[in-house]
Design a protein around this ligand. Structure first.
Ligand SMILES: Cc1cc2nc3c(=O)[nH]c(=O)nc-3n(C[C@H](O)[C@H](O)[C@H](O)COP(=O)(O)O)c2cc1C
Length: 448
């Protein structure tokens, strides 16, 4: 993740992020029409708002791409009901929600208020990644401004409904981004996933019906209500509507967050907006949607950014983190560093994930050190098969999927480690440019 937020030049279609600078102040946000959608929403019934979200066909921006309107329509009607916003953002390469909070926090707060009104929620909890201390205080400052203006903690715009928003800081665990683990943590239990059903729509925060969405999903709600769901659905593709933020990092000239219409392609993002690879470098592959996703190859650059296009290309759009990898990068080392993250973050509750991620890391360490064998490459694939689809949540899959993809696409490189008895790319610089040092702390190697 780049050091701080990067204020990248926006793409042609910017619905979510202001074109330049920030709109951190409420007055500034209101000058640009902010909180106008909330006023419109208060004149609408819950069902009308849900219908508008369904018409927009907005797909959740947290990773799975589930239709937001349909999710809202599932919420059980028993009272009290809660709204929970997932601001845990911890996947390597993903730093988009952070930029929304830093540059346009009132878009999130307005979205929260519209959603709260829609479900007549008892309160909203914004569960924010523990390391996002600055972002949490900016959010708290923006909520305080909204409170002072009478949008929070007071009857909402002439109604008798009183919305309340609470910022809840996590303690720095990637697993708490998974919705059931997040809710366990919020409820004061250990932050570990639980089996579904019950789904959060029936039993979530404080064991009550809960609507849980990602920051970007909710920050998009004011735009949808403002322009109307059908108009919003006119941007992007039929199955992936609107614009989405993409966190572009790795070996690219202009890393940063870019808002792109979902009808654009990876070539538009990487080569046009991102400026392509640094002079003299060539593309080896790219991660299309967060470190857990299978990589795509250079000949797949014209793949659309739309959810369905990435699936057709053999991967997933996930959270929208695009990591560009140049030809100098050792794919065994990249697989190892990625797997180490997931092993470290496995909560240990279910055996396939706890043991599987550990075995994947141990075999990759042997491979990278030149101690592996051809059979161990197949053993790695076998372990990936046993992990994927067999865990309580998809953290185990998130480790297995990229490793399998790296072996499938770059098997010759794995074999070369075996035949040479060492890593053929001794230069660590390409890796250091992909992942921050924290993820690269050396771990002791265990002999298999
Ligand atoms: C291990 C793991 C980590 C996750 N981390 C996040 C996260 O940081 N932020 C997020 O919004 N969703 C994350 N998700 C997805 C959430 O479980 C959930 O699908 C999402 O918050 C729903 O929001 P949406 O429908 O608006 O996309 C994670 C899932 C898994 C399995």
């Amino acid at each position: 993740m780049p050091e701080g937020p990067t204020f990248a030049e926006p793409a042609a279609t910017a619905l979510l992020l202001p074109f330049a600078g920030s709109r951190r102040e409420l007055a500034e946000y209101e000058t640009h029409g902010g909180y106008g959608s909330l006023r419109k929403a208060v004149g609408m019934s819950s069902q009308e708002l849900v219908d508008e979200m369904i018409a927009s066909n907005l797909r959740g921006r947290g990773g799975a791409g589930f239709p937001a309107g349909r999710k809202a329509s599932f919420l059980a009607q028993a009272e009290p009901r809660y709204l929970v916003i997932n601001a845990d953002e911890s996947e390597p390469g993903t730093f988009k929600d952070r930029e929304i909070i830093l540059r346009n926090p009132h878009a999130l707060i307005e979205g929260v208020l519209i959603y709260l009104w829609m479900i007549r929620g008892a309160a909203a909890y914004i569960y924010i990644r523990g390391e996002y201390a600055k972002e949490a205080s900016i959010l708290e400052g923006a909520i305080a401004q909204a409170r002072e203006r009478g949008y929070v903690g007071a009857p909402l715009l002439g109604t008798d409904y009183v919305p309340e928003i609470v910022v809840h800081r996590g303690a720095g665990a990637y697993i708490c981004g998974e919705e059931t683990a997040l809710l366990s943590s919020l409820n004061g239990d250990r932050g570990q996933p639980t089996a579904k059903p019950p789904f959060p729509a029936v039993s979530g925060a404080f064991k009550r019906p809960t609507l849980l969405n990602n920051v970007e999903t909710v920050a998009t709600v004011p735009t949808i209500i403002g322009m109307g769901g059908a108009a919003y659905a006119g941007v992007g593709t039929e199955q992936s509507t609107g614009t989405k933020l993409f966190s572009l990092s790795g070996h690219v000239q202009r890393p940063g967050n870019y808002e792109m219409p979902l009808s654009a392609t990876y070539r538009d993002l990487i080569e046009v907006v991102g400026g392509g690879l640094p002079e003299g470098r060539s593309l080896k592959c790219f991660v299309p949607g967060g470190s857990s996703m299978p990589v795509l190859m250079p000949e797949q650059l014209d793949t659309g950014l739309a959810f369905e296009a990435v699936v057709a290309a053999g991967s997933m759009a996930g959270s929208g983190a695009v990591i560009v990898i140049d030809e100098r990068t050792c794919m065994v080392r990249f697989a190892l560093r990625t797997a180490e993250f997931y092993m470290h973050e496995s909560c240990g509750k279910c055996t396939p994930c706890r043991e599987g991620t550990r075995w994947i890391v141990e075999l990759l360490r042997r491979m990278e050190a030149g101690l592996g064998s051809s059979e161990e490459i197949d053993l790695l694939l076998n372990i990936c098969d046993r992990v994927e689809g067999n865990c309580l949540c998809v953290l185990g899959d998130a480790c297995a999927m990229p490793v399998r993809s790296h072996i499938r696409n770059f098997r010759a490189e794995f074999e070369e480690h075996v035949t040479l008895g060492r890593c053929p790319c001794p230069d660590d610089a390409p890796m250091a440019e992909l992942y921050p040092p924290l993820l690269r702390a050396p771990l002791p190697m265990v002999t298999v």
